[in-house]
Design a binder for this molecule. Structure first.
Ligand SMILES: [Zn+2]
Length: 440
């Protein structure tokens, strides 16, 4: 009798396969409504976006807490589903509520905050970065609840308010003020992806990001002598800066061999496709992003200015020390008339997340279930994400974007006509659910 009772209890759980027929239209409507809340940063105002998420999660009985960071606008959200095994620390799903601004005219007839369905895509700011994944996280939790499944370990979701401006009030603030509420063993963030052209033309390579480059922002300022443009002088601040930049740029090719990049190369069949992404992950880079000079507004064409400035967005591979990089840069510029100033505090080398873990194996299995032909690889990304803040604390953080995207669609992130393929979005929803119901 007792045995029978147990079996009967176990049955509904085992039989509870999600009803995707009704879940998919719901996932679509969630993403469309989420896109329709224009949580543009700056100025970050995630109050409505957080309230929207909260209502949807609470409707199925998921516990949600909001965190007002001070002004009523920068609001973080944490949701939690308790797990069965309290000896295991939680899995943290990390997404962000904010999106970058848009150039409306460049979107043509599509309203960037419509969530319109057109040509097999859902269109809108944030569909890729990262409301689409945010909805996959929400759906994974909601689907667990609706199917009556209790996950092995606690599943926590943190939707942060200001990732696009550096995460000061988002992940950083949460770690400083409410670390216990997001304490976890693993973090799943944005970052990696599957693609058939970015790594290698015609080959499906699926990256799970485990490392990223360290941003180092530098301002060069050249000082010279103001004078009349009719008579050239060697103390022209523009020419001093110009020469310094040419010497500085010669630095950009450095960077030690990196295990993750080598794993990516192997997964790509031994050779990368040419492109800005594959070029950036193989070396330390230096990009000249701004130039400021001239006297007057608009600047006078016949006046030599006494000062000129440039900023360099440098990205260092793991294993490169920021101090070494800067001192080498100064030695190369070697001109007392040029100052080299750091405009950000280098966060330090966050290293690489261990990718020999149970969760990494599960991610790989889930990818292969939907894409048996894929080469799955750990991945290094050239930009920075909030994952770094967790890697600094020693937590494995993985960038898992369960989408297969051509480079041309990925390029719409932070650009115009951002959109997500509808079929990929639905596959991603199922993949994320498969991850949270797994044991690892
Ligand atoms: Zn993002």
């Amino acid at each position: 009798m007792r045995l029978l009772g147990l079996m009967m209890l176990a049955l509904p759980l085992a039989a509870a396969e999600p009803d995707w027929q009704t879940l998919e239209p719901y996932a679509l409507s969630l993403l469309q409504r989420f896109i329709q809340i224009p949580s543009i940063n700056p100025p970050a105002d995630t109050k409505r976006a957080a309230a929207f998420m909260k209502a949807e999660l609470e409707a199925v009985g998921i516990a949600v807490k909001l965190y007002d960071t001070g002004d009523g606008k920068l609001v973080n959200l944490v949701a939690r589903i308790p797990g069965r095994d309290k000896s295991k620390k939680p899995l943290l799903l990390l997404n962000h509520l904010d999106v970058v601004p848009v150039d409306r005219k460049a979107w043509g007839t599509v309203d960037p905050f419509s969530g319109a369905l057109k040509d097999g895509f859902i269109w809108g700011r944030g569909t890729l970065d990262m409301k689409g994944i945010g909805v996959m996280h929400m759906m994974a939790m909601i689907t667990l609840k609706k199917a009556g499944l209790t996950p092995e370990r606690d599943i926590i979701m943190l939707a942060s308010c200001d990732e696009e401006t550096g995460g000061e009030k988002g992940v950083k603030w949460m770690l400083q003020n409410h670390a216990a509420d997001i304490d976890a063993e693993f973090v799943l963030d944005e970052g990696g992806l599957g693609t058939r052209d970015i790594f290698r033309e015609g080959k499906l390579v699926y990256g799970i990001s485990v490392a990223e480059k360290q941003p180092l922002w530098i301002r060069l300022r050249a000082t010279g002598t103001a004078a009349h443009g009719s008579q050239p002088i060697p103390e022209n601040a523009n020419m001093i800066l110009y020469a310094a930049l040419a010497r500085a740029m010669a630095l950009a090719e450095g960077g030690k061999a990196n295990d993750v990049v080598e794993a990516m190369r192997k997964a790509s069949g031994g050779e990368f496709a040419a492109g800005k992404f594959t070029a950036a992950i193989q070396k330390n880079t230096m990009t000249l992003t701004t130039l400021r000079s001239g006297v007057g507004d608009p600047p006078k064409i016949n006046v030599i200015p006494s000062a000129a400035e440039a900023t360099l967005d440098c990205r260092l591979l793991p294993g490169t020390s920021a101090e070494e990089f800067v001192s080498e840069l100064k030695a190369r510029i070697n001109d007392k008339r040029v100052t080299v100033e750091l405009t950000n505090t280098p966060p330090g080398d966050p290293g690489t997340s261990n990718y020999e873990t149970g969760l990494f194996r599960v991610l790989k299995q889930v990818i292969l279930k939907y894409h048996p032909e894929a080469e799955v690889t750990p991945m290094l990304v050239p930009y920075s994400t909030d994952s770094t803040k967790f890697r600094h604390k020693g937590l494995p953080a993985y960038g898992f974007t369960p989408l297969v995207l051509p480079g041309q669609i990925l390029a719409t992130m932070h650009s115009d006509a951002e959109r997500i393929p509808l079929d990929q979005f639905y596959t991603g929803v199922r993949m994320m659910f498969d991850v949270v119901r797994s044991e690892f």
